[in-house]
Ligand binder design. Structure first.
Ligand SMILES: Cc1cc2nc3c(=O)[nH]c(=O)nc-3n(C[C@H](O)[C@H](O)[C@H](O)COP(=O)(O)O)c2cc1C
Length: 220
């Protein structure tokens, strides 16, 4: 967990199928609501299909860059963007993973059967967050296992924004969604120290505005 950072730059060394199977064999032990295990994985091999997918995703990356450049949380549901997304989509922003998708050692598309999702907050007066909890632990397990196998990788969600375009390319079944794409390979660089907030910055006692939860020896 402490060293599984996002890796987006891979060597040309191929990753054999046995390794990918082994990674997925670890990842399948992820938790999911009701243990429904709604994940489906496509190992995207065909270079032409990869190119088609990347060509649909690239404009989303362009939008993303425009929002980040304004200091925004991209695609926030609580704060509308000040970026002109229509214009942004047209301005190509380099992205080595997408521009060179044919050379990425492993490209996985993680889909999910919506019928397998127990979504406790489905009637909430805000965006639902719980459904993702039954698919993203699986995605993160892929990254953790990849690290254990000496690989690195990155989880991306751009594909979800163009899911209707990707559906016919990937033959995504009705009632399914694209949760993520995961890119894997042998990292060009060793992992660096990850930047994360400290426990006391996000943990409080009794209330969300309570005192910081810190290790206090007097409480045993
Ligand atoms: C839900 C989710 C979506 C993400 N989407 C993308 C993405 O579309 N493209 C990308 O390059 N990285 C993506 N990431 C990776 C994050 O950028 C990365 O986890 C974060 O910047 C921390 O990087 P670090 O682990 O190297 O410190 C995503 C991560 C998560 C958990």
């Amino acid at each position: 967990m402490r060293t599984t950072g996002a890796v987006r730059d891979f060597t040309d060394v191929p990753v054999d199928d046995a390794t990918v199977v082994s990674i997925l064999d670890d990842a399948r032990f992820a938790p999911s609501g009701g243990n429904r295990q709604g994940w489906r994985v496509v190992v995207l091999r065909d270079p032409e299909r990869r190119r088609q997918v990347a060509d649909h995703i690239s404009p989303v990356w362009n939008e993303y860059v425009a929002q980040v450049r304004l200091g925004e949380t991209a695609y926030s549901t609580v704060r509308p963007t000040a970026a002109d997304l229509v214009e942004a989509r047209r301005q190509h922003r380099p992205n080595p993973l997408l521009d060179g998708i044919e050379r990425v050692p492993v490209v996985l598309v993680v889909g999910v059967d919506l019928g397998a999702l127990a979504v406790m907050d489905k009637d909430a007066d805000r965006i639902s967050i719980v459904g993702g909890g039954s698919i993203y632990p699986f995605c993160h397990n892929i990254l953790l296992s990849a690290r254990d196998h000496g690989l690195g990788g990155v989880l991306t969600t751009f594909a979800a924004r163009v899911e209707p375009d990707l559906k016919p390319i990937l033959h995504l079944p009705d009632g399914h969604a694209i949760a993520a794409m995961v890119f894997l390979g042998y990292p060009r660089q060793a992992p660096t120290r990850l930047k994360r907030r400290s426990v006391e910055e996000f943990t409080t006692v009794d209330r969300f505005d309570g005192p910081p939860f810190v290790d206090n020896p007097s409480t045993g």
